[in-house]
Design a binder for this molecule. Structure first.
Ligand code: SF4
Length: 475
């Protein structure tokens, strides 16, 4: 199939819609079209003129589609022409393929941005063809995001510390994370470099007079370090970086096989209040086949240990649609977690990451006889509602399995402010560690980003340069 663009250059938007229905699209900017495998004889024109936006089929083997066309005035319904181009293409492809997707023509990674503009679920449905339940969820989440973000002043600084190492590589992962079974030797040196950067940034922040409102250690798996190295890093952070009075401090422990009582106690001593322990599924066979080195009992033991050590807020992540299990496993996993009452539960939808070992078909096929992921996700949301959890942040990824989304749920008052601040693009984030990207938000929502060297060895060799680069960025 080929979509020819006339009078506009919305290659990304057109590509995003094509990707929903068919395979990975290819752009040809010189000749002005996007094409993909599938429906080979189908040709569509997407045209933006002075007054109208129009999309029509020019050629098709199938007579039913030959004269298909949609046309609207520019800014009709208050929809900017870039979004109208996507809406029209979605409408045409939906008619041609008989398929529809939960988020309709919204393909952006933050549906709550559009939800916030509209303020009503019915508008999201009528203007962007978003399914009613998703539209309501987006509106509710957008309101909660605003409430959580209001806890932070306009000058707040959020700090991220990245540890791109994991004890093994999950099958669905494409992150640059290094599998420590192959890079054990690097881990200690990385902790030393990280501390050097933390100290440098701490000094710089003091000069700038900026206090830190939230801290998030993520990865990879930040708890992957040996006990002593881990303790040194968190102690170094506590001593070097001045935190605001009620600073929120989260460490993503992630893999239960990297957590022990010593590390948890060191976290508490450094002021960490929140820990993430991520099962992804409570099915042992799936965990084994995904190459995660823990089982479901390890997750539960870890939750109990964290409580014993004094953590009041625990987040757990689950992934819907994992290969090797029925879609209904999501709700079985959720029921097990409910008994342990984590304050936050995040439901992710599997998506096809570029470099993952899992294929696109593994992630996106709906004809796998494993049941409807979409239905199971909706059921999971209902169960979370019934247990007093509310959605407080939401994002989507390209090629999300089954066109779904990721949603963080929390019991009231336990929401993770860092997650909302980082996702919102409305707050500054200073990011420490290899591959971490800092972000500044200026007046008028202008955003600038400052990347750190991606690979761990490059980072370790250039850590002083990274400190200077970031401090200049935040001047
Ligand atoms: S824990 Fe996360 S970052 Fe690490 S290998 Fe698994 S998916 Fe990748």
């Amino acid at each position: 199939m080929r979509v020819t663009l006339k009078g506009h250059e919305s290659f990304y938007g057109v590509g995003d819609i094509v990707r929903l229905f068919f395979d990975e699209p290819k752009e040809n900017r010189e000749e002005g079209f996007v094409e993909c495998q599938g429906c080979d004889e189908l040709e569509i024109v997407s045209q933006v003129g002075d007054r109208i936006v129009k999309s029509f089929v020019t050629n098709s083997d199938d007579l039913r589609y030959r004269d298909l066309s949609v046309e609207r005035n520019i800014n009709e319904d208050g929809i900017p022409s870039k979004r109208e181009v996507k809406r029209q293409l979605y409408e045409l492809l939906s008619q041609i393929t008989g398929k529809s997707f939960p988020w309709g023509s919204l393909t952006g990674i933050r549906p709550t941005i559009v939800a916030r503009e509209l303020n009503s679920a019915s508008e999201l449905t009528s203007k962007y063809l978003v399914r009613e339940d998703k539209a309501k969820r987006a509106i509710e989440t957008a309101r909660n995001e605003d409430m959580v973000l209001a806890r932070q002043g306009p000058d707040a600084l959020n700090v991220y510390v990245g540890v791109p190492f994991c004890p093994s590589r999950c099958e669905y992962c494409s992150f640059i994370s290094q599998d420590i079974t192959k890079h054990m030797d690097l881990l200690h040196d990385y902790s030393v470099a990280l501390m050097r950067e933390i100290e440098g940034i701490g000094r710089g922040l003091e000069l700038l007079g900026r206090e830190v409102s939230t801290v998030y250690f993520g990865g990879g798996t930040p708890t992957v370090f040996e006990d002593r190295d881990f303790a040194n890093v968190v102690e170094c952070f506590g001593r070097s970086v001045k935190l605001a009075k009620n600073c929120e401090f989260t460490i993503e422990a992630g893999r239960p096989d990297t957590i022990n009582e010593f590390k948890l106690r060191k976290m508490r001593e450094a002021g960490v209040q929140r820990v993430c322990i991520n099962p992804q599924t409570m099915c042992d066979e799936t965990l084994r086949r995904l190459n995660r080195k823990h089982n479901s009992k390890d997750v539960l033991d870890c939750i109990e240990l964290s409580r014993k050590v004094g953590f009041e807020i625990i987040n757990t992540d689950l992934i819907a649609g994992l290969k090797y299990e029925d879609a209904s496993q999501l709700n079985r996993s959720l029921e097990v977690l409910f008994d342990y009452e984590p304050e936050n539960i995040t439901i992710h939808s599997l998506y096809k990451k570029k470099n993952a070992r899992m294929s696109r078909e593994d992630c996106l096929s709906t004809n796998n006889g494993r049941g409807s992921v979409d239905e199971e996700v909706s059921k999971a949301y209902d169960s979370l509602d019934g247990r007093g959890y509310s959605p407080y942040y939401m994002y989507r990824q390209k090629d999300t399995g089954f066109g779904l989304e990721n949603v963080g749920f929390a019991k009231e008052g336990t929401e993770c402010l860092y997650n909302v601040a980082m996702m919102s693009d409305r707050a500054d984030v200073l990011a420490i560690g290899a591959g971490a990207i800092s972000k500044r938000v200026f007046e008028g929502n202008r955003i600038e980003r400052c990347p750190c060297v991606k690979d761990a060895i490059g980072y370790m060799n250039r850590v002083d340069e990274m400190i200077d680069r970031k401090m200049k960025f935040f001047e």
